[in-house]
Design a binder for this molecule. Sequence first.
Ligand code: FES
Ligand code: FES
Length: 161
Amino acid sequence: MTQVSMTVNGKSVSGDVEGRTLLSSFLREHLSLTGTHVGCDTAQCGACVVHVNGEAVKSCNMLALEADGSDVGTIEGQANEDGSLNVIQQAFQDHHGLQCGFCTPGMVMSTAALLKDNPRPTEAEIRKYLEGNLCRCTGYHNIVKSIMAASGQDASSIAAE
Ligand code: FES
Ligand code: FES
């Protein structure tokens, strides 16, 4: 076992992990941050996306050891300080960007990373960026609408709900 230390949602954490322990497992099983979902464990679905040093990363595709010393952000750290939904989360709620919700943490984390680099993405840019995030429920239209709205853009041109 090897000790890893990192900052998660602004708090310093550490734990003993095996060399094979994935970052997703460290977050969920060692830190009980189960908002990071695991849908495939093979870097296909994007449900496990977190931020590592500000970049969107599939946490099932990174060893906890590789994240040693990093600044990690998860869905649990996305709400506003008063506990209210942040602008992305609120937009997903307002525009029905989720159904079962399984993909939603990864969608929100990917969206946050997208809007950091591209605050007003086009519909095509949103769809391209989300290629690594799968949703089995929504048909994606309302997710794209939510992201248009979260970036302050008119979402009315996106296909009907
Ligand atoms: Fe990581 Fe699916 S659980 S991409
Ligand atoms: Fe169910 Fe996306 S809302 S998988």
